[in-house]
Design a protein around this ligand. Structure first.
Ligand SMILES: N[C@@H](CCC(=O)N[C@@H](CS)C(=O)NCC(=O)O)C(=O)O
Length: 206
């Protein structure tokens, strides 16, 4: 199998943290988002969605979503499980992971991609150019500000985001809190539980 990614990007980071934690190594090619390599014909022939990461299996099967790639790899490498064990925990991990993506990651992406000149007409990733909507910057900031206290209150009661051990929901929240610094809206000072959890995760993930 072959992995195409770009490790500095948030979705590249999410997958790298997952793979590193589990000790998974895959033949990997970096696709340089900085130069627009994801939009070139060579990469489009591999992944028509023009996003990273993309995992191509030996039989040609293509996975283009981090959660799909993680699910496949967890099945192949069940050691150090990150997607939960048992029906309840698996559902909790996926529920929190989806919540983090919808309420936090997508808000940060809106702030970034609708403001900066270098994302002009690239407000969404993918093969189609999408115009920026400046209103989404303020909306994104409000969504992000509203989510921090929710997750802070949750982590006041819970050592990890979902279940009783580290999971992919922790990795995604960790990667997303780091991503939030790109828009200068990192963990607010008053969210001490979230900050303590972040520091613990940083040590645990190495
Ligand atoms: N739905 C994908 C999202 C992948 C994605 O948005 N990746 C970004 C990098 S973080 C990308 O490829 N951007 C390309 C672009 O901006 O043109 C997933 O969950 O993995």
């Amino acid at each position: 199998m072959k992995l195409y990614t770009y490790e500095p990007a948030p979705n590249g980071q999410r997958l790298k943290l997952f793979m590193d934690y589990k000790g998974i190594e895959i033949d990997t090619t970096q696709i340089d988002l900085g130069t627009g390599e994801q939009l070139g014909e060579d990469y489009k022939a591999i992944n028509p969605y023009c996003t990273i990461p993309a995992l191509v299996l030996d039989d040609g099967t293509l996975f283009t979503e981090v959660i799909g790639i993680a699910t496949y790899l967890e099945e192949l490498h069940p050691q150090r499980p990150l997607l939960g064990t048992g029906a309840v925990e698996k559902a909790q991990v996926i529920s929190w992971d989806h919540r983090i993506f919808m309420m936090m990651t997508s808000a940060i992406a809106d702030i970034l991609r609708n403001a900066k000149e270098n994302w002009k007409d690239r407000a969404l990733p993918g093969p189609i150019d999408v115009a920026q909507l400046p209103e989404l910057v303020e909306r994104g900031r409000a969504r992000l500000a509203a989510f921090y206290p929710i997750v802070d209150a949750h982590l006041a009661e819970s050592t990890y985001v979902a279940g009783t051990s580290i999971s992919f929901a922790d990795i995604d929240l960790f990667a997303t809190c780091s991503f939030a610094r790109w828009v200068k809206q990192g963990i607010p000072e008053e969210c001490s539980h979230l900050q303590a959890w972040f520091d613990k995760l940083a040590a645990e993930l190495g």
